[in-house]
Write a protein that binds this ligand. Structure first.
Ligand code: ACM
Length: 638
């Protein structure tokens, strides 16, 4: 149904400032509108210092903005009301940087939906939307992605009708076939099956061989006229070998003019990195269990092996913690009349969502069966608005209410290192997480603690004096060292973002940091003795727009990232040889702010996620953008 009201927005660039927004609210209803306020969410925030004409900013919390019209304003049916604001926190760069949701609050307290569209730009060149993925071409007719380490194959004319475990296969081998078969059927439910458990006429048997000379996670495939030998030394290698033959059949059937199934020859394959990750932020937008499982299926198909699950942030806490039900009762719900106000696409209706511990067990088991490790993240001490609102005992009541603000515009959003309850709370959270997540690592965030955090907290001032801590960074290091000890006591290692190293950092042993601000930071951290995963925003943040064009959706603070840039990017740069072992791998990050629909998710995540997967698996010299482009168009999306 068409909403009764519509809000249009345009941006006018200006010299010497970030320009101004002009909003026009259209009354499409049959009644006169008066006595209301207008709420919208936008990543381009109105700054504290602003000048509004024709309206007054009543309230702003991060991306939530509430404007009141002039006293006595009424809008007759078919009429509109316009207002403008000069004073923005940054200049918008894309049409999606305007309104992400809107609603009206009427005089009687009801909230009614308002439709909206692109942010228009006044008087400037919009740029051209370009083709992001070429048609591509292959020099070898095999649909393998990531491309293997080495291959020497001769093509077959007609692909086998199906592959099946050779007579005498062990039960684990047969189960492995059934596992990859089920994965394939979930990903491509209308394609013909690649495997049967029963021998098939015109099919080909797979004979499994255990060979101790083959590295962990590696496999070899030997194709002959009578059979395919799949050799590996572990279940992971066997799994990837089966995924590879399924991929080969997939292409040979889908595009027989381009792709073939091998008749003879060998593939010898192993991953470049042992950490081939994908992160998903489920705080800004919630993803139901089925979506998370499907994303994990997609990771496995692309031979990614780490699912970094960003479970908490300012906008929501999504993990059930039995000791503190408030975390999800309050902290996983945003709405006009909720403790947490609407953000990032939330409209007139409240939205909520969290993972029960049964959900988590199910997702962890689903991932485990596909050789994907789930690394959970609780983002602390910053990015904690949802937890702080859910559990007010975490707040120093004497601290000035707007003492500092995060880069996303949240006031006082960091857990307080001087409150005993902070550690009691986190101890119970870690106790429950330990039972849910088998990973060696718990990721504790550590990113973007605002520069002057805690300096207006009397409790922190006393702590700084007692412990001789000089400022925010040293307070953070004090906090994270205690967190590291708490994790060690529970048999877990600490993973975090690169800022964990600030203010002295934490003990290096068993600490893994993700270099997101720039890849060079990762090399520095490796030099300081940390294990490192490269997640540079400039290449691997999949929420960044894919071209400079105004019409291209996505974020812009890390620049724009065409798929080819993501694909070609080499995060190691000039990595000194002696630091090579410290760089564990690379990872894509899917931050949720911009993903207000599955359509946007698919548009931005693909094909860049498979691009990261190939960069994580395939040696640099064997990457080939044209080949990747030809194959990736047959690959699954969410
Ligand atoms: C981050 O992007 N704040 C890790």
């Amino acid at each position: 149904m068409t909403a009764d009201y519509r809000l249009e927005a345009s941006w006018t660039p200006m010299a010497g400032s970030f320009g101004s927004f002009t909003f026009t609210l259209f009354n499409l209803s049959s009644g006169t509108l008066s006595g209301f306020s207008l709420v919208y969410t936008s990543m381009t925030r109105v700054a504290d210092q602003h000048a509004a004409e024709g309206a007054t900013l009543k309230r702003r919390v991060a991306n939530f903005h509430e404007f009141a019209p002039p006293e006595g304003l009424s809008i007759a049916p078919g009429q509109s009301w316009q207002f403008s604001v000069e004073g923005l926190t940054h200049a918008p760069k894309h049409a999606t940087a305007g309104i992400m949701s809107a609603y009206l609050t009427l005089g009687d307290g009801r909230h009614v939906p308002v439709s909206f569209g692109d942010l228009m730009m006044e008087g400037a060149d919009l740029g051209e939307l370009s083709e992001l993925l070429p048609k591509g071409e292959v020099t070898e007719p095999y649909s393998l992605l990531p491309w293997p380490l080495s291959l020497s194959l001769r093509p077959d004319g007609v692909p086998p009708v199906a592959l099946y475990p050779a007579a005498g296969s062990g039960v684990e081998d047969i189960r492995a076939v059934a596992n990859v078969l089920a994965l394939y059927q979930r990903l491509f439910p209308t394609d013909n099956v690649p495997f049967t458990l029963q021998p098939a006429q015109s099919g080909r048997p797979i004979r499994f061989k255990a060979e101790s000379s083959i590295m962990p996670s590696a496999y070899e495939l030997r194709f002959t006229a009578d059979e395919i030998i799949l050799a590996s030394d572990d279940a992971v290698g066997r799994f990837y070998g089966l995924v590879s033959v399924a991929q080969l059949l997939h292409g040979a059937r889908r595009q027989p003019d381009v792709f073939n199934f091998p008749a003879f020859g060998d593939i010898a394959d192993q991953p470049r990195y042992d950490w081939r990750g994908c992160h998903l932020d489920v705080s800004r937008q919630f993803y139901p269990v089925a979506d998370v499982e499907r994303l994990i299926d997609i990771l496995a198909w692309n031979k990614l092996n780490i699912f970094h699950w960003h479970l908490t942030d300012d906008e929501a806490w999504r993990l059930e913690i039995k000791a503190y039900p408030e975390l999800t009762e309050i902290g996983a719900r945003r709405g006009p009349d909720e403790v947490l106000v609407p953000q990032l696409g939330d409209g007139a209706e409240p939205r909520s969502g969290y993972y029960t511990q049964d959900d988590v067990r199910r997702i962890v088991a689903h991932a485990g069966a596909l050789h994907v490790e789930v690394v959970p993240e609780i983002d602390i001490p910053g990015h904690s608005t949802a937890a702080l609102f859910a559990l007010p005992q975490l707040v120093d009541g004497q601290e000035a209410p707007d003492g500092y603000r995060s880069v996303q515009g949240y006031p006082n959003n960091a857990l307080n290192p001087a409150i005993d309850f902070t550690y009691e709370f986190l101890g119970k959270v870690f106790d429950e997480m330990r039972g849910l997540f088998p990973s060696d690592y718990i990721h504790i965030g550590g990113d973007e603690v605002a520069h002057d955090s805690w300096l207006a907290s009397p409790l922190c001032k006393a702590l700084m004096e007692r412990e001789k801590l000089a400022g925010t960074a040293e307070l953070q290091s004090y906090f994270l060292r205690r967190i590291k000890d708490m994790l060690s006591e529970r048999g877990k290692k600490l993973a975090g973002w690169n800022e964990v190293s600030h203010g002295g950092g934490v003990e290096r042993e068993g600490t893994l940091l993700m270099a997101w601000e720039k890849a060079e930071a990762g090399i520095e951290l490796a030099g300081e003795g940390y294990d490192v995963v490269m997640t540079p925003a400039q290449a691997y943040y999949l929420d960044m727009a894919q071209s400079e064009a105004w019409g291209e959706p996505g974020a812009s603070w890390g620049g724009f990232t065409p798929p080819e840039k993501t694909y070609a990017y080499e995060a190691e740069g000039e990595l000194p040889e002696e630091l090579r072992d410290r760089v564990r791998g690379i990872q894509a990050c899917i931050w949720g702010e911009n993903f207000v629909s599955r359509a946007y998710f698919n548009r931005l995540v693909f094909p860049r996620l498979p691009a990261v997967a190939e960069a994580a698996w395939t040696p640099c010299l064997r990457k080939d953008w044209q080949r990747f482009a030809a194959i990736v168009r047959m690959w699954p999306k969410l």
